[in-house]
Write a protein that binds this ligand. Structure first.
Ligand code: HXC
Length: 519
């Protein structure tokens, strides 16, 4: 009887401790969190994991610091909740910073908690998702908190390309708090709630004199449209978390698994609409997303970086159930020219797909690299080289369809045959040449044009001749630089057939420590 009482007491004690731990920074701070329209860390994890069920670990961890009043500010679990469970039936690991505990600031033990859950995720070969809501390094802890960040950064880096890493910015993410997300594969931001900056508006003002709000400096618009730091923005936290789960459906749990393919129940048929997308005039824009949606199963496309470098479109979809990455030049924005941001955006996406065994389909309509002093001086050479490097190094199945323009260096960069692409198709509208007809004729026939009786007539005639000879897919096809010219309506069928066969592809790069991609 006495034993039973003792056991009951122990259990009551455990439950009481757990209840206290679950309150984080306490009722008042939880209310304050909610008054800002934010979910609590625990609510975020409940909404993320299937059925709201997750196994929390380290809920009794406490910081050991005594300085600057920290001895009176001790909370069970400290400023982060770490957990595992299932998402869409698949094992998943996550952490959520708890702003109610000292502003979610990262202590040494919080860094160690995050590191422990990351190690567990990596050992288990499962993705890790972090919900960030933090004032950065815990100032009172000094160098200890910086060491906490170091522990996290080294794991972000070590596990990059091993397990997918996703960050949700659901609150301030200041100082050191921004660099762990920056190493992860995808950053999701919640509008008005999430902000990222290395120093806030006050420091900016004192150093540079610039006055700017938190939102304008580091809000979702700044990072999804201008800096390109973040990939997604959503209106509210629930939409955001649902989209994280959607993204996870396209990607494998780790780098030795294949992506989660679905059984596609319908027959793969011709899409006649694809015959009418390319405008008659070759300078006229059109929306590449019409092509993308038409070739994907159920027209389902998850676009990444939708607001950044709109001249190139990247994202995930499926063809005949197989999860694929799509890269497409966007003629509706800057004529689809490749610039610095587009190169960075596409290169990073190609490398993600390659790291995680996701086949890449490239839709080409590119007049070239963006000319201009600004682009040259900002390093278009260095950035454009990233895209070449990414495509050339990728060993996953790579397929291309040239829809219209494929000029010069940009033709080579966009997954040309020589970059070890597996299947290169072209529509009859494809123009594969060193440069556009007008530019080419002006260079190679300048003398002939200027000396002719009617220069305009001569130029027109030469442009037509050039177009006939070079601006078609047949010269490239005659040399084997493209594998076939196809009816646009057959694009989905051709890609589906090739993807099925290429799923057995084996190609390995030579052993090396790592390459030296131009960063
Ligand atoms: C300790 C912190 C903290 C921090 C916030 N708090 N940030 N405690 N260390 N870094 C505490 C506050 O004192 C407060 O405690 C509680 O969290 C809530 O903060 P508020 O300021 O009241 O909240 P809010 O008004 O919403 O403002 C949030 C904020 C602001 C914008 C994040 O707190 C802020 O600017 N914090 C500092 C951000 C920063 O400069 N971080 C850089 C750290 S250095 P009480 O008890 O009053 O509720 C760094 C370098 C690492 O990170 C480099 C590694 C490479």
């Amino acid at each position: 009887m006495a034993d039973k009482d003792k056991n009951n007491n122990l259990l009551n004690d455990l439950n009481a401790r757990r209840e206290i731990a679950k309150k984080g920074g306490g009722d008042k701070r939880i209310e304050s969190q909610k008054s800002k329209g934010k979910m609590t860390a625990r609510e975020r994890l409940s909404f993320f994991f299937d059925g709201g069920n997750f196994e929390e670990i380290d809920s009794f961890v406490r910081h050991q610091s005594k300085d600057l009043g920290l001895d009176k500010n001790v909370f069970d679990g400290d400023s982060v909740i770490t957990a595992f469970g299932k998402v869409n039936g698949r094992p998943m690991f996550a952490y959520a910073q708890d702003f109610t505990v000292l502003g979610g600031s990262l202590s040494l033990v919080a860094g160690k908690k995050i590191s422990k859950i990351m190690d567990l995720a990596a050992k288990n070969g499962s993705p890790i998702v972090g919900f960030n809501d933090s004032g950065g390094a815990r100032i009172q802890e000094g160098v200890d908190s910086l060491a906490g960040y170091g522990e996290v950064f080294v794991r972000n880096t070590t596990y990059s390309g091993v397990i997918p890493q996703i960050t949700v910015i659901a609150g301030p993410s200041a100082g050191g708090a921004v660099y762990s997300p920056a190493i992860t594969d995808f950053i999701f931001m919640v509008k008005s709630i999430g902000q990222m900056y290395i120093t806030g508006p006050d420091v900016v003002k004192s150093v540079t004199g610039e006055e700017i709000s938190h939102e304008d400096l580091g809000g979702a618009s700044a990072h999804t449209a201008l800096s390109g730091v973040a990939h997604f923005v959503f209106e509210n936290e629930k939409d955001c978390i649902n989209q994280v789960k959607r993204l996870l459906n396209f990607i494998p749990a780790n780098n030795v698994e294949n992506p989660p393919n679905k059984k596609f129940q319908k027959e793969i048929v011709q899409i006649p609409e694809l015959r009418n997308i390319i405008p008659e005039k070759s300078t006229q824009p059109y929306d590449i997303k019409n092509v993308i949606l038409n070739i994907l199963d159920d027209n389902d496309f998850m676009e990444i970086h939708a607001n950044f470098a709109k001249n190139i479109v990247v994202g995930f979809g499926r063809i005949n159930g197989q999860s694929i990455g799509i890269v497409g030049n966007q003629p509706a924005h800057m004529a689809g020219n490749l610039d610095i941001d587009a190169s960075d955006k596409a290169a990073r996406f190609v490398r993600f797909c390659d790291a995680f065994n996701i086949s890449i389909i490239t839709l080409v309509d590119v007049p070239g690299f963006m000319p201009g002093v600004n682009q040259e001086h900002q390093g278009i050479i260095r950035h454009g080289a990233k895209l070449i490097y990414a495509y050339a190094e990728a060993t996953v199945p790579k397929l291309s369809v040239i829809l219209r323009k494929a000029y010069g260096g940009a033709y080579i960069v966009m997954n040309s045959k020589e970059l070890r692409s597996d299947l290169n198709l072209a529509w009859p509208t494809a123009e594969i040449a060193v440069m556009g007809p007008e530019g080419a004729v002006n260079v190679i026939s300048r003398k002939e044009i200027s000396e002719s009786e009617n220069p305009d007539e001569t130029r027109k005639k030469l442009v037509e001749e050039y177009k006939e000879k070079f601006s078609s897919p047949y010269l490239a096809a005659s040399r084997g630089y493209i594998d076939d010219v196809i009816d646009p309506a057959d694009t989905r069928i051709k890609l589906a057939n090739a993807l099925e066969i290429l799923s057995n592809k084996i190609l390995e790069n030579p052993p090396k420590k790592h390459g030296n991609i131009p960063l």
